[in-house]
Design a protein around this ligand. Structure first.
Ligand code: PMT
Length: 405
């Protein structure tokens, strides 16, 4: 791997020498970029001797620009690591400043960036630093939490740079995870490219009157995550969704509906062209028989009100009963005996596969993570708690294996 190691001004800069040695010993190529602050603490020559490359430190160096310009240096790297990353560097990265070589490189790259912050404990705890860290994390930078202990300034607390071995291992781990994700992405593409996938997501709303409705607790996140991952893998995705507050994933055709009957009509229109139908929506089993056309008034002295509910069509069971049915995947949201109830639904609705999830307070719906048990008549796979996007990838892999027999 080609590693661009940024060293910024801080007493921990000397530890970056050991980090360079660990990378080189493991067979990686290292080029070091130092800020002017870093050079106050340590000699560039030491890094040059360990890395076998001259240290880069200037944005405007005629000699170096003639050889490898700063943009080329950004392209050269597979991974950028900044250790130590000073409070100043975090602030500059957050602002998108480009007033030295290191920050310019970070702006001019699409490669992964890992930061190992190191500073005085109060500087680390300062709201400005914490906010900078939060924003950088949100933008996808890997930030290693600093260690706790005695600091060079004599104080004790959080802010020490993690040991070089720990940073080395974190970089290797991140690289392995990236390769696995890439491989998983290619596997998904191999199957899903140009497959037609129909997905339902979100709740349905069954109106009582123009202002009230009966609904289900579903944010749509699970179904939208499946749609997004499948579209990235090249599938032609149609997503039929109940009322949710989520943006449409790129490359996905979205159809908005409100009630179960509207969802049913949209599914009836599109199921025949689909290779696979995934029913992640939380469909209301019943609707109000006679929704009022005007807002129902609260009548004085009336303590009870009765609504007559009638059954909604079972959308997924209907698709599974068609002669020209696609591969049909249902979900089972249960609060107890999750797998048993799911197996029963798999058989009763004649599905090819069902994804069982436990729902309730703090589980299943509305959250960004979930856990699923995937079931077919002959196989079972437990997916522990992970992000709904990760689950979507694992689920689509399992579906592709099941579809291929
Ligand atoms: O949207 P999130 O906040 O991310 O939450 C995700 C989820 C918990 C809603 C999702 O993972 C999930 O479990 N969806 C299905 C919820 C549900 O309604 O389960 P059910 O056990 O009631 O229904 C079983 C299956 O029949 C489901 O595939 C459902 O879509 C389908 N169904 C149900 C009733 C009906 N009238 N028509 C249907 O098609």
């Amino acid at each position: 791997m080609k590693i661009l190691l940024g060293v910024t001004g801080g007493i921990a800069a000397y530890k970056a020498l050991e980090l360079t040695r660990l990378f080189v010993k493991a067979g990686h190529q290292v080029q070091v970029v130092m800020t002017s602050g870093a050079k106050e603490f340590i000699q560039p020559l030491s890094f040059q001797a360990l890395s076998g490359h001259p240290v880069r430190d200037s944005l405007f160096d005629a000699n170096q620009e003639a050889g490898m310009g700063h943009i080329e240096l950004a392209r050269w790297a597979d991974q950028i690591v900044i250790a130590p990353a000073s409070a100043e560097t975090l602030a500059k990265l957050r602002m998108g400043r480009a007033d030295d070589l290191l920050t310019t490189l970070c702006l001019a790259t699409d490669r992964p960036i890992m930061l190992a912050p190191a500073m005085n404990r109060l500087m680390w705890r300062n709201a400005a630093t914490q906010e900078n860290v939060a924003v950088l994390k949100q933008r996808g930078l890997d930030i290693l939490p600093p260690a706790s202990g005695e600091q060079a300034c004599g104080e004790v607390g959080e802010g020490r740079m993690p040991e070089p071995q720990a940073i080395f291992e974190a970089v290797m781990h991140a690289e392995k995870a990236r390769l696995q994700t890439q491989q998983a992405g290619s596997e998904l593409k191999a199957f899903w490219q140009n497959k037609a996938l129909l997905i339902t997501a979100g709740p349905t709303y069954e109106d009582i009157d123009p202002v009230r409705f009966i609904g289900n607790r579903s944010s749509g996140k699970m179904g939208f995550a499946i749609a997004e991952v499948a579209a990235k893998a090249g599938a032609q995705v149609i997503l039929i969704t109940g009322p949710v507050a989520l943006p449409t994933p790129e490359g996905v055709k979205r159809i908005d509906v409100r009630s179960a009957r509207q969802m049913f009509a949209a599914v009836q229109q599109h199921y025949a062209a689909a290779d696979c139908f995934i029913s992640a929506a939380a469909v209301a089993d019943f609707r109000v028989e006679q929704p009022a056309s005007q807002k129902l008034k609260k009548q004085q002295d009336v303590e009870e009100m009765t609504l007559t509910l009638v059954k909604n069509p079972d959308i997924v069971a209907w698709v599974a009963a068609q002669d020209n049915k696609p591969f049909v995947v249902g979900f089972a949201a249960e609060t107890n005996d999750v797998v048993d109830y799911a197996k029963d639904k798999l058989r009763r609705k004649k599905l090819d596969m069902i994804c069982a999830n436990q729902v309730g307070e703090g589980q299943g719906f509305e959250r960004d993570d979930n856990a699923l048990t995937l079931l077919t008549e002959t196989s079972e796979k437990v997916l522990p708690t992970m992000s709904k996007h990760e689950l979507a990838g694992a689920l689509l892999r399992f579906v592709s294996q099941s579809m291929q027999g």
